[in-house]
Design a protein around this ligand. Structure first.
Ligand code: GLY
Length: 266
């Protein structure tokens, strides 16, 4: 006889003292309170810990303003992890430390020039992988991901993104068959096999939700959309991500989640 235990790890990265110098694409720069951002980030980590994750927090100096958005640096699958080549040159120095920690969990594959890829542009739902072509991610990255993932049974589809930073600014998964979407930013036709929940019309930035096994971590700033998730029977855990949002980050951006099953013989 045997059963399985699941180890859940969340890799996070501390908020840089230089967060206010972050990359901005669609937002106007406004002052950021780094201490408040750190407090919000700790609360986010606590929400992950409450859901059973062990937090592995990487350190970060003033030379990496955007490094808290660790999701952009890697994409983790059950079989392997892909280390990205971020579209913003200022972020490429973030990759070695993330690769060093991830190689303890997964065989690593690397996206190479001329490809550029941000993890925020990758939405995985089971064996379906959607890659947003954006200002950060190009078609060559889609081709490289397809070559890496096809032997493991994944299909990789390209999706055009408009009006927002990343694909996951526009669409995220709430369940295996349910997505949360801002249809102004990503075309619903690309996701025709899913049931879709639209963001509340007053909350265009609300499509980024972090799906865990039994709950959705979601920004408190979007109550209209949170109510729609509740109506679908989802358990919503609200977090205050308002300071990190000024740096054009959201809830999926701040962690890399790793699930490992281990068989135990009885
Ligand atoms: N500030 C988040 C990013 O641009 O990567």
């Amino acid at each position: 006889m045997h059963d399985y235990s699941v180890t859940k790890v969340a890799i996070t990265r501390e908020v840089s003292p230089a967060l206010a110098d972050c990359e901005l694409t669609h937002l106007t720069r406004v002052p950021i309170d780094v201490d408040a951002a750190r407090a919000q980030h700790r609360a986010y980590e606590q929400a992950l810990a409450d859901a059973g994750y062990t937090i592995e927090r990487l350190s970060c100096g003033a030379d990496m303003p955007d490094a808290v958005f660790v999701e952009d640096i890697a994409v983790v699958f059950d079989e392997l992890a892909i280390i990205t080549r971020p579209g913003a040159e200022s972020r490429r120095s973030e990759t070695p430390t993330v690769a060093a920690v991830l190689e303890r969990y997964r065989p690593l594959h690397f996206v190479c020039a001329p490809a550029t890829l941000d993890g925020g542009d990758v939405l995985s739902v089971g064996k379906r992988v959607f890659v947003g072509v954006s200002r950060r991610t190009n078609a060559e990255a889609v081709a490289q991901m397809r070559r890496i993932l096809a032997p493991h049974g994944y299909t990789v589809r390209e999706v055009a993104v408009r009006g927002c930073l990343h694909l996951k600014s526009a669409v995220t998964a709430l369940a295996d068959d349910l997505l949360l979407l801002n249809e102004e930013w990503a075309p619903p036709a690309a996701f025709s096999e899913f049931d879709l929940v639209s963001v509340h019309p007053n909350e265009p930035s609300a499509a980024n939700a972090l799906r865990l096994d039994d709950r959705i971590i979601f920004p408190m700033a979007f109550p209209g959309t949170a109510a729609r998730l509740g109506q679908r029977g989802l358990r919503v855990v609200g977090v205050d991500a308002s300071e990190l949002a000024k740096a054009e980050g959201a809830v999926t951006c701040c962690s890399l989640l790793i699930h490992d099953s281990q068989r135990r013989d009885r």
